[in-house]
Design a protein around this ligand. Structure first.
Ligand code: FDA
Length: 391
């Protein structure tokens, strides 16, 4: 027998559950996974970086940088902090405004399931969408659950199946595919917040070495840690810059982001002129990195052998180290998908389709991608809230 609901939400992730918690009428949320909010569970190293104190529209990439403003303004980081507080979830600020749970990220999943149930929404897990159509008035979906098929009709359909990152966890491009079927354009999608790779693995010997840098590419710059890996570069500064990097681009690393190295080396030359130059540099940079760079930079001799001009030249090279990644680790390890459903087809106030009333798209599936640091969850909460309020 066909069941009629007001709203069918595809995806019980961060955005879908938030939407269900705020939507009125009869709501059914489905997910093909066995548990809701699996990405929340693994996020932030198991402690979920659930928002960022400094959230502002500038922290998001989109073809239309204004699109995210309305939703972010109506459900802010302070609303999230209030919600988390009401559920008794303790949290702390790590760095750069990033808020993490003191305990486990499953507390955030539990909070959303509670909120959803309080709003009267039903949750069907291990459920697949087998068929979907629209008759000009309502959506008709065929769902497969526990080996049986169930027909559903719904006035509203919310696309909340997220992006394509980590397909091993069940990520799919379903939201984009359905949006496209109903007349929506997509912007280019690609892995983002992802380690960058080099085909010749030049840093394999440095794998595990980390240091603070300023990484720049495509007009953006981030001052955080970088990490050398077997395949290339990772760490927060690199993940951030990966959202701006395109195949063929170079990136620049400033290995002295504080800008004190030149003066420090000159002062040391005065006090310890007989100190080997590489030994002196190793006081400021990881020794393995200095050894790796020594041949290219010709770091021979003692400190006393280095003129001001020579020190300036070396420090200049360390502050503008040009590298050309050949690729990225792809969706296998990317934290997010950049791009998605073009915002031109959506209302920024409600996330409703401009092509088909009753169709909504929220969360990572939409062409709004946050920086690393809790911004992507903030977008999921804010866009889910905007759609839920409108329904
Ligand atoms: P989300 O991916 O959360 O949910 C989509 C849901 O749809 C899933 O439950 C999935 O099973 C379901 N689904 C997908 N395809 C389906 C289909 N075909 N049929 C049925 N169901 C389907 N962000 C942040 O702000 N702070 C952080 O700490 C982290 N950490 C982090 C770590 C790792 C390892 C990753 C991969 C990602 C992060 N992120 C993050 C990013 C963050 O997890 C992400 O942006 C949000 O979860 C997006 O929320 P959505 O609800 O849009 O998708």
């Amino acid at each position: 027998m066909t069941q009629a609901v007001d709203t069918l939400i595809l995806g019980a992730g961060a955005a879908g559950m938030m939407c269900a918690a705020h939507s009125g009428g009869r709501t059914l949320v489905i997910d093909h996974a066995r548990a809701p909010g699996e990405k929340i569970r693994i996020s932030g190293g198991g402690r979920c970086n659930f928002t960022n104190l400094h959230t502002a529209p500038e922290n998001f990439l989109s073809r239309n940088p204004h699109f995210c403003k309305s939703a972010l303004a109506r459900y802010t980081q302070w609303d999230v902090i209030d919600l988390v507080g009401r559920h008794g979830i303790a949290w702390h600020e790590k760095t750069l405004g990033q808020l993490f749970c003191d305990g486990r990220s499953t507390q955030i999943v539990g909070m959303l399931v509670d909120e959803m149930r309080r709003a009267g929404a039903e949750l069907w897990l291990s459920t697949q969408l087998a068929d979907l159509s629209h008759d000009g008035d309502r959506f008709h979906a065929t769902l497969e659950r526990e080996g049986a098929q169930q027909a559903i009709t719904a006035r509203n359909l919310v696309l909340a199946t997220g992006g394509k990152s980590i397909p091993g966890m069940g990520a799919t491009g379903m939201a984009c595919d359905i949006a496209q079927r109903f007349g929506h354009a997509l912007t280019e999608t690609r892995p983002a917040l992802v380690p960058l790779t080099f085909s010749d693995a030049p840093f394999a010997a440095l794998s595990g070495t980390a240091l603070p840098v300023r990484a720049s590419c495509g007009g953006a710059a981030f001052e955080e840690a970088a990490l050398f890996t077997h395949r290339g570069l990772s760490g927060p500064a690199i993940l951030q810059i990966s959202s701006y990097w395109r195949e063929g681009d170079g990136i620049a690393l400033d290995l002295d982001p504080g800008g004190t190295l030149y003066d420090d080396l000159r002062a040391e030359r005065q006090r310890h002129g007989r100190r080997n130059f590489t030994t002196a540099l190793s006081q400021h940079l990881p020794a393995r990195l200095v050894t790796n760079l020594a041949p290219a930079l010709d770091l021979s001799g003692n400190l006393a052998d280095q003129s001001d001009a020579r020190l300036g030249q070396i420090v200049g090279a360390l502050r503008d180290w040009r590298l050309k990644p050949t690729g990225s680790e792809g969706y296998r390890t990317a934290e997010v998908m950049l791009g998605g459903i073009d915002t031109a087809g959506l209302s920024s106030a409600t996330m409703e389709s401009r092509h088909l009333p009753g169709l909504y798209a929220i969360g990572e599936a939409v062409d709004v991608t946050g920086w690393l640091g809790g911004y992507n969850f903030q977008w999921a909460w804010a866009s889910g809230h905007a759609a839920g309020q409108a329904i």
